[in-house]
Design a protein around this ligand. Structure first.
Ligand code: 13P
Ligand code: SF4
Length: 331
């Protein structure tokens, strides 16, 4: 049991971050015993907690050791010396950590899917390869391990264009995000063959909303994730990954920003860059938001079988080649 002094200290630590996203001191006091226990267990078990920027602020600022986009988190998972990686994010990202660092124990606090990862199977990829035998297969990181195992190279939203340009082939099966393929097509001379996957979160944004925001805030910069529809991308100042959006906010002289993406990223800007003002609305990813502090504690204490990432070694071997190729081509 933590002492009153420990609870008070932890409450203050949490409040210094979370007040920027509307948490009260008593909200922080309520979760303080939980974050204390998680952080103690983390040390005892030599574990690291990696969290995606779409996680809730209590996870991002209460217990995470590293926050990032899917690419930065993959690199961190590959390099870590910790014995255990707790991946606070959706399932495909935790699988990626296991593929890149198979000797580590990789834990995922809740079984959370992703509409893009669920849109395509390894069989579908084999069908596409048969139909386009000369094409390179680039698969977005938002895919299952079995799908990655069928691809030539993986990409993320932060390096997709670079990978497209650096593979030898002129024809590319780019899967599974239909919108991302359409958004990238005008930026390359290569031919992209898409798939019908969509992110249920980003497809909800409309160009009308962006136009409305522009009218009311003509000096604001509007940034969108590349999973948004091409009609939305046409209206914005910048398209990129979550990290690229954070970097843009960092270096831009503008004072107001709309982040056309999941709400976690706006929470990060409000917490880490309080002099920048976030305007407009964001959207919640039901998969990302499935993970709660209590799940992190549970998997660190005594993981249930579904919280432990376990993949067939053949899948690991094949998918690892596609992931390592992405890392090589991104440099
Ligand atoms: P990032 O790589 O930009 O973090 O994107 C991951 C994702 O799932 C976006 O919806
Ligand atoms: Fe998948 Fe979209 Fe959620 Fe990202 S925001 S994890 S792409 S459903």
């Amino acid at each position: 049991m933590p002492s009153d002094k420990q609870i008070n200290g932890e409450t203050e630590r949490l409040f210094s971050k979370l007040e920027k996203v509307g948490w009260s001191k008593s909200d922080c006091e309520l979760i303080a015993p939980l974050t204390l226990e998680i952080n103690q267990l983390k040390k005892k078990k030599n574990a690291i907690i990696l969290a995606h920027s779409y996680q809730t602020p209590d996870i991002m600022y209460g217990v995470a050791d590293f926050l990032g986009d899917s690419y930065a988190l993959s690199l961190k998972a590959k390099e870590t010396k910790a014995d255990t990686i707790v991946f606070s994010s959706v399932h495909f990202m935790a699988e990626t950590a296991k593929i890149l660092n198979p000797r580590k124990t990789v834990l995922v606090p809740a079984v959370a899917g992703c509409s893009l990862a669920e849109s395509i199977t390894a069989d579908d990829v084999r069908g596409l390869k048969k139909a386009h035998p000369k094409a390179a297969v680039i698969c977005y990181i938002n895919t299952t391990a079995e799908v990655k195992a069928e691809c030539d190279v993986v990409c993320t939203s932060s390096n997709a264009l670079k990978i497209i340009e650096r593979v030898r082939q002129k024809e590319i099966i780019f899967l599974p995000d239909e919108f991302m393929a359409k958004n990238l097509q005008p930026l390359t001379k290569k031919k992209l063959i898409g798939w019908k996957g969509r992110c249920i979160v980003h497809e909800e944004f409309s160009p009308e909303t962006i136009k409305e925001i522009r009218k009311g805030h003509p000096k604001a910069k509007i940034l969108a994730h590349s999973e948004c529809s091409p009609t939305v991308i046409k209206e914005v100042d910048m398209m990129g990954s979550t990290k690229q959006m954070m970097d843009y906010v960092d270096t831009s002289k503008a004072e107001e920003f709309m982040l056309v993406t999941e709400c976690g990223l706006s929470d990060r800007v409000r917490t880490e860059k309080p002099d920048k003002k976030i305007i407009g609305s964001c959207a919640l990813c039901p998969y990302m938001k499935k993970i709660m502090l209590k799940d992190i504690l549970e998997c660190l204490k005594n993981p249930r079988p579904e919280q432990i990432i376990d993949l067939p070694s053949e899948v690991i071997q094949k998918a690892k080649k596609s992931l390592n190729r992405m890392i090589k081509l991104s440099q």
